[in-house]
Each structure stands twice: as structure tokens, then as C-alpha cells.
Write a protein that binds this ligand. Structure first.
Ligand SMILES: NC(=O)c1ccc[n+]([C@@H]2O[C@H](COP(=O)([O-])OP(=O)(O)OC[C@H]3O[C@@H](n4cnc5c(N)ncnc54)[C@H](OP(=O)(O)O)[C@@H]3O)[C@@H](O)[C@H]2O)c1
Length: 255
């Protein structure tokens, strides 16, 4: 039986790689994102297998309408990959732009909720399905300037765990994939407001993960037998690890 997947954020980075990987695995894919032109171009390489869908996940009514009106051969979704997301800015909380915070919450949390809520009832009715949410190590480990981005990914982690509880006995699986630094995507360019040089400098002299590594993790979790649920996959490049806590010291008091 051919599986059908619904991938959000499929116009670049992880989502584009996940779409290509799933199509190569023989899965039919609804590839969604706002930039429909990029999706159409990518789908042209996979006629009949990849269905491009222009969609802003922040638009609740549009999400419901789009999922309710998929072509019949793409309508029964077995695998939802909630990947659309972004970080905007790296300023400390006291200086950050509230519009950036709103956009991160609306996309990373609300958009993921809307897609999940629209697709889950069909999975439950069919007694099978798999929701793969793309979180981040930023949801577990704090870093300066990570404020709302990290908090939104902590939401993704906990929402995934709570879905497991709600879906108990339904046969529907849930996995949260939580990557560290990954290059060859638009992530840092978007975070730095289009500053490609600043984005490039972040990955200088180190080998980050690549989108194909994330696609491999998603493909692996989805390919396991139906009785196996991978709860969380946390992956990082070898070149990234942990540092000690920072300690602020006051200047010595003159005696
Ligand atoms: N790169 C990393 O180091 C890294 C690490 C951990 C986690 N992540 C997470 O991985 C996911 C993918 O990131 P990426 O690195 O592949 O970045 P990316 O290349 O910037 O891709 C982000 C995707 O999300 C889509 N998107 C953004 N806002 C959207 C909206 N409102 N509605 C629908 N689609 C939207 C974008 O497409 P359109 O602009 O066409 O809508 C794009 O396809 C994100 O959730 C990110 O937080 C990334």
C-alpha cells in the first residue's frame, strides 16, 4: 500500500529534503509552504508523487480548507511532518521585536497545532498514522538570544509527548525530531533578516548537519514497524557540544 505524507515547510531546507527522501522511499507527498512557485518547480521532478500546496500554516481557516479539499489520491494522510518553522532575531529578550516573537509563536506553535488538529481525526478513524514534529535542541538547552524560539520548540517537544498520551490505543504514532546546528537551509538567513554573510559566518570552520541527515531521521522513524514508536530523536553535528554555565562576577569590592 502506498503511504501518503503531508510535509509543511517543503519549499526549502529540511522540508524540501524530507519531501525528496519520502518520494524516493515511494511515499506520495503533499508538499506545502507559502512559496508555491518553489514547490511547483520541485514537484515537477516527481509527477503524480508530489502534490504542491501553497499554504500559510498560520491561517487556521486556510489550513482546514486545504486539508479538507485535497485530491482523493492524497487525501488519506498516513504521515504528517510538521516542519514549517523559523527563528527571527537573536536579540536578548529586553531588546527583541514583539512582531518577531508573534511570528515564531504563530508559525512554530499555532501552525503546527492547526495542521495536527485538521489531520489527526482521519488518522484516528483509520487506526493508523504518524505525526513527526520538528523541534530543536533549542527547546531543551538555553542559549543567549534563544528566548521565544527556544520556548516555541519546548512547546513542540511537550505537545508531542502529550499527543502520545491522547492517542493511546489509537495506533497513531508521534515522534519529535530535535536537531542541533544544520547548514544548507535558509534558517539562519531568515533569523538574521536576510543577512547571508552573517548566516554563512555561523557555520565557518565547522561541519554542521545537513538537511539529508534530518530527512534520514524522519524516514527511519517512519519506516519502523507499526508497533514501534520513536518518541524523540535528538541529533547534533559532532562539532557542536555543551559548555559550562556562565557565571557573572562582580568587580572586587575595594578594601
Ligand atoms: N537549520 C537548523 O539549524 C535547525 C535546527 C533545529 C531545528 N530547525 C527547525 O527545522 C525546521 C525547518 O528549518 P530549516 O532549517 O529547513 O529552515 P528553512 O530553510 O528556512 O525552511 C523553513 C520552511 O518553513 C516554511 N515556512 C515558514 N513560515 C511558514 C508559514 N507561515 N507557513 C508555511 N510554511 C512556512 C518556509 O517556506 P515558505 O517561506 O515558502 O513559507 C520553509 O520551507 C524549522 O521548524 C526550524 O525551526 C532548524
Amino acid at each position: 500500500m502506498t503511504m501518503t505524507a503531508f510535509v509543511t515547510g517543503a519549499s526549502s531546507g529540511f522540508g524540501a529534503a524530507i519531501t525528496r527522501r519520502l518520494a524516493a522511499d515511494g511515499v506520495r507527498v503533499v508538499a506545502s509552504a507559502r512559496r508555491a512557485d518553489l514547490l511547483a518547480k520541485a514537484a515537477a521532478g516527481h509527477p503524480g508523487t508530489v502534490h504542491p500546496l501553497g499554504l500559510d500554516v498560520r491561517d487556521r481557516a486556510a489550513v482546514e480548507q486545504a486539508i479538507a479539499s485535497l485530491p482523493a489520491e492524497f487525501a488519506e494522510i498516513d504521515l504528517l511532518v510538521n516542519n514549517a518553522g523559523l527563528a527571527k532575531g537573536l536579540l536578548p529578550a529586553q531588546d527583541a521585536d514583539l512582531d518577531d516573537w508573534d511570528q515564531m509563536l504563530d508559525t512554530n506553535c499555532r501552525g503546527l497545532m492547526y495542521c495536527t488538529r485538521a489531520i489527526l481525526p482521519g488518522m484516528v478513524a483509520r487506526g493508523r498514522g504518524h505525526v513527526v514534529n520538528v523541534g530543536s535542541v533549542a527547546g531543551t538547552y538555553p542559549y543567549p538570544g534563544g528566548n521565544v524560539y527556544g520556548a516555541s520548540k519546548a512547546f513542540v517537544h511537550q505537545f508531542s509527548q502529550n499527543l502520545r498520551s491522547d492517542l493511546h490505543g489509537t495506533g497513531v504514532r508521534v515522534t519529535c525530531v530535535e536537531p542541533g546546528m544544520c547548514g544548507d537551509t535558509e534558517f539562519s538567513t531568515v533569523r538574521f533578516g536576510g543577512d547571508r554573510e552573517r548566516a554563512r559566518a555561523l557555520y565557518a570552520g565547522m561541519r554542521p548537519l545537513g538537511p539529508a541527515d534530518i530527512a534520514e531521521a524522519v524516514s527511519w522513524a517512519a519506516s519502523l514497524p507499526a508497533h514501534v514508536n520513536v518518541n524523540v530523536i535528538e541529533l547534533m553535528p559532532v562539532t557542536q557540544s555543551f559548555a559550562p554555565f556562565q557565571v557573572h562576577r562582580s568587580p572586587p569590592v575595594p578594601s
